[in-house]
Design a protein around this ligand. Sequence first.
Ligand SMILES: *Cc1c(COP(=O)(O)O)cnc(C)c1O
Length: 445
Amino acid sequence: MARNTPLRTADRQVFELIEGETTRQENGLEMIPSENHSSVAVREALGSVFTDKYSEGYPGKRYYGGQEFTDKVENLAIERAKKLFGVEHVNVQPYSGSPANHSVYFALCEPGDVVMGQSLTAGGHLTHGWKVNFSGKIYKGVQYSVRADGIIDVEEARKLALEHRPKLIWVGATAYSRELPFDEFAKIAEEVGAYLAADISHISGLVAGGAHKSPVPHVHIVTTTTHKTLRGPRGAMVMVTKKGIEKDPELPSKIDKAVFPGLQGGPHDHQTAAIAVALGEALQPDFRKYAEQIVKNSRALAKSLAENGIKVVTGGSDNHLLLIDLTPFGIGKGLYGQEALEAAGITVNKNTIPAEPCSPFYPSGVRLGTPAITTRGMKEKEMQEVGEIISSALKIGCVHPFPEEKEKRETAIAAAKGAIRSDKGLKKLREETLKLCKEFPLHKK
Ligand SMILES: *Cc1c(COP(=O)(O)O)cnc(C)c1O
């Protein structure tokens, strides 16, 4: 097979799988809040010849030859990120969000050091000190939570910090629908002399577009993925702020050394090129409109859900994300909610709610968000309709019983899934979703 044979003829199997995924995305609403639809330009850069290059090291200091263009593309990504977020130093090489966070630990902590972050079950991320993750195994993870009303318990965080003296504190979450209190965490970090890192993986597009306040004046380090609200390729960045350099002038070089050679080998230059494209897009004025519309849509969706009798954690949203509390239908109904929405053509994920009454594997909520459907061009009017579809689907799916007795669960779940898959009401909702998708196509022909 000639090297330049297109995929369509070179590998029919993989070609058809990509076609299938394209159609799946086209004909359904992606409402997993960590997902988005990247632009053709981003994906073109991601599929470029930069994937063939090795460039261990940093621009101007590489271990391989032939770096004329890799140096330029990496510097371009760095300069754009500095401008977009207003930071002093950026590393664009982390393979993804988890390795980016790993590099922060590697730069600042020794094994056994105390670190503090928001608990996974309260909406935090695995890499913020959760027990089964490297961050909770290598380091001593102290975890703060949210109050019964779903708001971050800053008082608890302060008490834990004073008691355990963490070396590193994380502020940032993966299932939190309100503004993050960067300023209050800055005071706590100051009191105990800790490094403060904001992980804005979920909200970096909102921060870039001015729709969420920036952590930059308050924290020493900012980490983010590039594939969520920022709408780039899968990837991540670690940024050091002016405040960070004032605390520790060595911080930029500590981070760079932690990423390479500490944790990684060669950077993914194709990913770097695509990150540069996404950052270029985020610097355009219409990205601000996009970011604002994500939040407007999220609020409109919360309103529609409430009007249709669905309970939303904290009663609404300040960002791109909503957490639905399904306990009015009974505990452990997250899976049924997820299945019913899937049958209605809407992709979400089951999620724990504050003070989860069931378990992380059988949680009592679903998490959903507006970044991807806002990319399709939907606005408040469509959110009204999406809210109605979601509410109707949940009311159909969540009536199925979820037994408290563990040994009865398997049979009950199988029965519920079967009933959900063949439900006529959900099939009708699937048609409504499809109609919306056709009105807002992803890939205009
Ligand atoms: C998504 C996310 C990450 C991890 O990103 P991966 O690319 O999946 O490794 C880290 N922190 C937060 C807060 C996230 O939401």
